[in-house]
Design a binder for this molecule. Structure first.
Ligand code: DC
Length: 227
């Protein structure tokens, strides 16, 4: 079973997707990590921006999945930790606009998701275009969102807890800028699939989000068993 989770930055997707995958003893595919890895690789590569297509085709991307997350190797080097920086986030946002990058990553995401779901496993796939483009036939689709101020506060708290300097007003303006870019880009913009279930996390705790969503998944399984 494929469970698609989309939504803007800071809506709680990643932590929720990871927890759901653990509860279901399944796998968690963080597609944003793949865009981040390509963003970082492109920055460090010898190819100029005009040669993006060649660079993307030459890139060897290894994606290893388990319930805890997505480990990514680019040309053999493990980039899982370095792609969490705010610089990697900006690089990801710009490469995610390029169709050459999207088509390579989407086909890899489909291959990984199908392999595991055909083996009878739950795969929680999280991103921006999962329910609309990558897995339009996913058995369950969620679109998570929250008030931008609450999303900024969450990011700000996470950064402070990690010991990084953070300014709330700046985090809010970065989140708003990234939302705008993700929603307005030409290829696969961030948007709720018509059949996705909206989950507004503004007033929910992480546990409440997971309980609601696991409840929906359980109902879907029940219904398909009764059909
Ligand atoms: O979820 P994240 O912050 O790690 O995503 C990084 C960037 O990648 C973000 O700007 C949107 C983009 N992205 C995308 O375009 N499509 C996806 N399926 C996942 C992420």
């Amino acid at each position: 079973m494929i469970i698609a989770i989309d939504g803007p930055a800071g809506s709680g997707k990643s932590s929720t997707a990871r927890r759901i995958a653990r509860r279901l003893d399944g796998f968690y595919l963080d597609t944003g990590a793949m865009y981040r890895a390509v963003g970082v690789a492109l920055k460090d590569s010898e190819y100029g921006p005009d040669a993006v297509e060649k660079m993307v085709n030459d890139l060897i991307l290894d994606v290893e999945l388990d319930a805890a997350g997505t480990r990514i190797l680019v040309n053999g080097a493990d980039v899982t930790e370095i792609i969490r920086s705010s610089e990697a986030s900006k690089l990801a946002s710009s490469v995610s606009k390029l169709q050459a990058v999207r088509s390579k990553l989407v086909s890899e995401q489909r291959r990984l998701g199908r392999k595991l779901s055909e083996a009878g496993r739950f795969v929680v796939v999280e991103g921006r275009d999962i329910g609309t483009v990558v897995f339009p036939d996913a058995e369950v689709k969620f679109f998570m969102d929250a008030d931008p101020r609450v999303r900024a506060q969450r990011r700000h708290r996470e950064m402070e807890e990690a010991g990084a300097d953070s300014d709330l007003a700046q985090v809010l303006s970065e989140i708003e800028a990234r939302d705008k870019e993700d929603r307005e880009r030409e290829h696969s913009p961030l948007r709720k699939a018509d059949d996705a279930i909206a989950v507004d996390t503004t007033r929910l705790t992480p546990e409440e989000q997971v309980d609601i969503m696991v409840g929906v998944i359980a109902e879907t399984i029940q219904r398909s068993e009764n059909d």
